[in-house]
Design a protein around this ligand. Structure first.
Ligand code: ZN
Length: 285
């Protein structure tokens, strides 16, 4: 396939660093689960237009491709192509998986040097393998937190439900050696920040260029309403830590005018955070 110059870049951060949004399709999640402890009377008006007849919302699988002079980083991989038809139907999977979405945007998956994952839930790590179980990004090192690899194989049924352990075992051997602990500069300008909260080993990824910064906060900031630090999905394993991590990250993002990309927002996934009293507000681009 000829590689045209992709026009999918949404942020040129200067100095040869730029960021593109690549949407790897979508799936569906129960709306109440996404809004956790928030009373229905407060969240329902926000999603009334988009809720389906099974009380579900469509969740985009937003991935970022980051180009720097030192290499290319793909952030997240979506669900991938390894679910059988029944599982795919139950989860409401639609649209192009990551490999097809990248090629359609003019990006060759073989040019990816690192795949950075916010965490290893099935809707983020599912695209690490191709349909046949081979590495989807043959040259890439796979970078998640060591704590995340550890929790992913726990036998607690709540943990088991969030991870596709059989699939992760297939990539564990090639990926675990590149696991990181805490904060790490993956490439000049591309930093991983351990956050915990959503999962034990959840991390944020921050891309800094000469003229701007893009933050990706994984499932700590999946939809516009996530700007309220206390609004968490009910599957956050460590909710108090989520609130702390969100306040820390969101403060920096608001004060330093970062652009942010939301992990599951289907309509307006790129924007900024602004302070609003003691909380924050998401303002889409
Ligand atoms: Zn997710």
């Amino acid at each position: 396939m000829g590689m045209r110059d992709a026009n999918a870049w949404f942020a040129d951060l200067g100095g040869g660093t730029r960021v593109a949004l690549v949407v790897a399709g979508s799936f569906r999640s129960d709306a109440g689960v996404l809004l956790g402890h928030v009373p229905r009377t407060r969240w329902y008006p926000l999603v009334e237009q988009e809720i389906d007849d099974q009380n579900r919302l469509r969740q985009a699988l937003n991935c970022l491709l980051v180009e720097t002079p030192a290499g290319r980083v793909l952030i997240e991989t979506g669900i991938g192509q390894r679910l059988d038809e029944k599982a795919s139907r139950i989860r409401g999977v639609e649209g192009r998986p990551i490999l097809d979405a990248m090629r359609a945007a003019g990006f060759d998956p073989l040019t990816v040097d690192f795949v950075a994952l916010s965490h290893l839930h099935f809707d983020h790590a599912g695209g690490l393998l191709d349909r046949d179980g081979r590495r989807a990004f043959a040259r890439a090192r796979i970078v998640a937190q060591r704590a995340e690899w550890k929790i992913a194989f726990d036998d607690n049924p709540r943990v088991v439900a969030g991870y596709d352990q059989a699939e992760l075992r297939l990539v564990q051997r090639i990926a675990e050696a590149d696991a990181v602990d805490g904060e790490r500069e993956l490439l000049p300008g591309v930093s991983l920040i351990a956050t915990g909260g959503h999962t034990a080993g959840h991390q944020a990824i921050v891309v800094r260029g000469r003229s701007g910064t893009v933050g990706f906060f994984g499932d700590l900031c999946m939809r516009p309403w996530s700007a309220e630090p206390t609004w968490l999905p009910s599957f956050d394993d460590f909710p108090l830590r989520s609130v702390e991590a969100k306040r820390e990250l969101f403060s920096r993002a608001a004060d330093e005018r970062w652009r942010i990309a939301l992990s599951h927002e289907p309509v307006r996934p790129i924007g900024r955070l602004e302070r609003e009293g003691t909380a924050f507000r998401y303002v889409a681009d």
